[in-house]
Design a protein around this ligand. Structure first.
Ligand SMILES: C[S@@+](CC[C@H](N)C(=O)[O-])C[C@H]1O[C@@H](n2cnc3c(N)ncnc32)[C@H](O)[C@@H]1O
Length: 311
């Protein structure tokens, strides 16, 4: 069981990933010098500038190990050469997506935070869908979706709710992330049994197909309701983003500093329909306030609804 306090600032996952990296770190790493403090500043600045991720000095070895492993794979021995390679045109852009994937934390699972889903299904949907007519469209967005478990969870819950309540509403889910390898896995929709263990047996039977080696694939009909796109949260203004009714942004903001968290949330608000729902990871932006958003109190969730157009 993960302790919530350590999860909140991302420290727990930095430690886990660092441990994994260390176990893969053979003796040849000694051929690449330790990163000195000045070099660390340069790399952490680049990461922060391009992804928003705030790697503090205490996590220096997490960043160093990730960079060194990647340098070794490509045959670089000098930090500056690899740094310049990353800045150089198309090849650098492609390499950057690989490095970012190594340095970001994709830990996730189906129904990771059941209280958020309870709020969605028991509180938000019954009220929000009151004014919906047959054939209307409901759109959800999983921001920082990693390998897709949160996006498919939303699809499962929406599908199940609409069927149970005999509503003929069309729904779709978008999952977005900065990591291309994570998105590629998400599109396949194949998961180990441990990733789905929070789902009810009924939902497993209905929405997943058992494959070999204790793996499951999301049913094709459900996969067709979910699409995955690359989106850097620092570059939302450069993308065409449709208006959403439901936005889940959980366990993403923890890697950013406070002012960036608030900026990103303010931007997300602009993409939410009147009356729509925004769910953030518990404790991820407690001090955030936006004049268009109203906090939903009384639930074990950090959630807001947007003011309706008639308010
Ligand atoms: C820990 S996962 C969260 C997955 C899922 N939302 C959940 O709660 O289980 C965090 C994700 O945020 C993504 N991420 C980090 N920085 C990002 C950025 N600047 N833009 C978009 N996604 C980012 C990472 O690639 C990673 O997949």
């Amino acid at each position: 069981m993960i302790d919530c306090a350590t999860t909140l600032n991302g420290r727990y996952w930095f430690n886990v990933i660092e441990q994994q990296m260390m176990t893969q770190t053979p003796g040849w790493m000694n051929s690449i010098d330790e990163m000195d403090d000045q070099e660390f500043q340069r790399w952490s600045y680049l990461l922060k500038q391009r992804t928003g991720m705030d790697v503090k000095y205490a996590r220096k070895s997490f960043l160093t190990t990730g960079v060194r492993l990647r340098m070794r794979e490509l045959g670089f021995t000098c930090y500056n050469d690899y740094y310049q390679h990353l800045l150089s045109g198309r090849k650098g852009k492609i390499e950057w997506t690989t490095l970012v994937d190594r340095l970001t934390i994709h830990e996730t699972r189906f129904l990771r935070h059941p209280s958020s889903i309870e709020l969605l299904v028991d509180v938000f949907l019954p009220k929000y869908l009151k004014n919906y007519l047959d054939g209307d469209h409901l759109q959800a967005w999983s921001v920082g979706c990693a390998t897709g478990e949160e996006s498919y969870t939303l699809a499962i819950e929406l599908d199940d709710y609409l069927k149970r309540s005999h509503r003929h509403v069309y729904y779709g889910v978008v999952g977005s992330d900065i990591s291309l390898p994570a998105l590629a896995k998400a599109r396949k929709g194949i998961y180990d049994a441990r990733r789905i263990k929070n789902l009810s047996q009924q939902h497993i039977d209905r929405y997943l197909r058992k494959k070999e080696n204790d793996q499951y694939q999301v049913d094709k009909a459900l996969r067709e309701r979910v699409c995955f796109n690359m989106l850097n949260l620092l570059e939302m203004d450069q993308d065409v983003i449709h208006k959403m009714d439901i936005v889940f942004c959980q366990n993403v903001l923890i890697y950013f500093d406070e002012s960036l968290r608030y900026t990103i949330l303010d931007e997300l608000v602009q993409h939410i329909n009147p009356g729509g729902l925004l769910v953030i990871g518990v404790g991820e932006a407690l001090g955030w306030k936006n004049p268009h958003m109203q906090r939903l109190h009384g639930y074990d969730v950090l959630a807001y609804t947007k003011e309706s157009s008639d308010e």
